[in-house]
Structures are given as C-alpha cells and as structure tokens.
Design a protein around this ligand. Structure first.
Ligand code: HEM
Length: 133
C-alpha cells in the first residue's frame, strides 16, 4: 500500500468509528444476503460479533504502517477462523460486503481512490489471515 492509501483508509475509518457497531450490523445484513450459507457459522450474539469485528478492523487499520508488528496476531486470527468454518472462498464476499458497507456509510465522501485503498488493505489482511489458516 502507498502512504497515501494508508492515510485514506485511516481517515475514512475515523469517520466510521463513532457508528462502527451499527456499520458492523449493516455489514452482516449484507453478508447474509450475499452468502446465506455462512449465517449458520455465526452462533453467538451478532451485536457482540459486530463489536469484535469492528474493534479488530480498527486495531489493524490504525497499525497499517507497522504491519510487521502485528502480522503474527493477524495470522493467529486467521488460524482461529479455521475453527469457525470460515473457508478461504468466503473472504472475497466478506471483503466486498465490507467495502459496500463503507461505501454506503461514507456516501458522498466515497470515491474510486478510496475504494482502491480499501480493496488493497483488505487484500493484505486476507493473505495474512489465510497464511494462518
Ligand atoms: C476481514 C477479515 C476478518 C476479520 C478482521 C475478522 C474478525 C473476526 C473477529 C475479531 C472475530 C471474533 C473472534 C476472534 O477474535 O477469534 C471473528 C469471528 C468470526 N468470524 Fe471473522 N473476521 C474476518 C473474516 C471472516 C470471514 C471471511 C469469515 C467467513 C464467513 C468469518 C467468519 C467468522 C465467524 C463464523 C466467527 C465466529 C462467530 C461466532 O462466534 O458466532 N470472518 N472474526
């Protein structure tokens, strides 16, 4: 990722942060429409899950400049996802729903450059998680 892409992702995340849990719930709504087959994998309270997901995303996003420091944590997250039944083929639909949620949430502030930055960030996250898988 370029420095500018990192900045774009971090700045846009700060705008979403105040409503992160709500955004997380919208993300799961989208995900269950796009991939109904994954719904049964989420056995625990979805509000709590939305909170965990957005906290983790925020943690990673704010450390994009120091990824080496947290790559082991991301791989461990990917390893835990094996036990959750989160197969590699689900990552792209998750990434697309995440980007769609951010796009809807940021509305007028969204543009192609921001989209490319998020897609790149998600690609990095996906490969690190799948390394741990
Ligand atoms: C962007 C990449 C992802 C991130 C940052 C992420 C983050 C998280 C976090 C923080 C948790 C809480 C448990 C833990 O920390 O181990 C979790 C649980 C879970 N994730 Fe993910 N996840 C990602 C991708 C996926 C994908 C691709 C799937 C596939 C469907 C998935 C399915 C699940 C399931 C089923 C659980 C357990 C839910 C439950 O206990 O009810 N995740 N995820």
């Amino acid at each position: 990722m370029t420095q500018r892409q990192i900045q774009l992702v971090q700045q846009s995340w700060l705008q979403v942060k105040p409503v992160a849990e709500q955004a997380g719930m919208i993300f799961y709504e989208k995900l269950f429409i796009e991939a109904p087959g994954v719904k049964h994998l989420f056995k625990n309270d979805l509000n709590g899950q939305a909170d965990k997901l957005t906290r983790m995303l925020g943690y990673i996003v704010m450390r994009l400049n120091y990824l080496d420091d947290i790559v082991a944590e991301i791989e461990a997250l990917g390893k835990r996802h094996k036990a959750y039944g989160a197969a590699p083929e689900y990552y792209d639909v998750v990434g697309n729903c995440l980007v769609a949620t951010l796009r809807d949430g940021l509305a007028g502030k969204w543009n192609n450059e921001l989209q490319d930055a998020w897609v790149t960030a998600f690609g990095i996250l996906k490969s690190a998680m799948l390394k741990g898988y």
